[in-house]
Design a protein around this ligand. Structure first.
Ligand SMILES: Cc1cc2nc3c(=O)[nH]c(=O)nc-3n(C[C@H](O)[C@H](O)[C@H](O)COP(=O)(O)OP(=O)(O)OC[C@H]3O[C@@H](n4cnc5c(N)ncnc54)[C@H](O)[C@@H]3O)c2cc1C
Length: 198
């Protein structure tokens, strides 16, 4: 059983994972044993991008940025990456059963959909898939949600949530949802703000 399963490891999915794992090592007993899983087909739009407009970031290829964020996540530990395609999600009591193309099944208390806006074909739940109004190209999709929540403890982030297709906006939605999940786990509002050690 995983605490959070993230479907998609691009801008929004990785930002969500990084915020989730950065709850470790702060003396919060509820955070220490949490297990996180990311499924990613490794087809993020960032692979096509050269980023010169991300605040505070030196110009960088999107592929390099993905590697940097993955390394940040790995340094915290506690996140498993699987390069598999998720094809189905089913309700399983209070949790969700996530099924891959290879037929493997994984259970998570929370699920975050972060698969981007190019298509959405995950079956099992009657998701309301809409035309994405913020896409510059036709045929892009989004999933209907309220404050990123599609149904209890199942969230959508990034371009699939209808967020403007920019790295910072998509990453921001991933962070927003991670903080909401951490707050539910803790039973109180959580923020993660670090300060210099000296
Ligand atoms: C050519 C180009 C240039 C760009 N330049 C800029 C720029 O200069 N500045 C800027 O801010 N933004 C730029 N962007 C936009 C930026 O790349 C996107 O806004 C951002 O990547 C969207 O993040 P996301 O998390 O919604 O989706 P993505 O980053 O696309 O990630 C989605 C991930 O989910 C995976 N996935 C999808 N479905 C499944 C599934 N069923 N199972 C497992 N994995 C799945 C995909 O393989 C992918 O890895 C550019 C985009 C393009 C295409």
């Amino acid at each position: 059983m995983y605490d959070v399963i993230i479907v998609g490891g691009g801008a929004s999915g990785l930002a969500c994972a990084l915020t989730l794992v950065s709850s470790r090592g702060r003396g919060w007993s509820w955070a220490e044993d949490k297990k996180y899983l990311i499924f990613d087909k490794n087809e993020s739009d960032l692979h096509k991008a050269y980023l010169k407009n991300v605040p505070g970031l030196q110009p960088m290829r999107g592929t390099e940025l993905l590697q940097v964020i993955r390394k940040q996540i790995e340094e915290w530990g506690g996140v498993e990456f699987l390069q598999e395609k998720v094809v189905e999600i089913r309700r399983d009591g209070e949790a969700y059963r996530v099924i891959t193309e290879e037929g493997k099944e994984y259970v998570g208390r929370y699920v975050v959909l972060a698969g981007g806006f190019k298509e959405f074909s995950i079956k099992g739940i009657d998701f309301e898939v809409l035309e994405n109004p913020k896409s510059p190209k036709p045929g892009r999709v989004m999933i209907k949600h309220e404050n990123y929540e599609v149904m209890p403890n199942l969230f959508v982030v990034g371009t699939l949530a209808g967020i403007s297709s920019h790295f910072t906006s998509c990453a921001g939605s991933g962070v927003e949802v991670a903080v909401e999940i951490l707050s539910r786990m803790a039973g109180k509002r959580i923020v993660i703000h670090d300060v210099p050690e000296d």
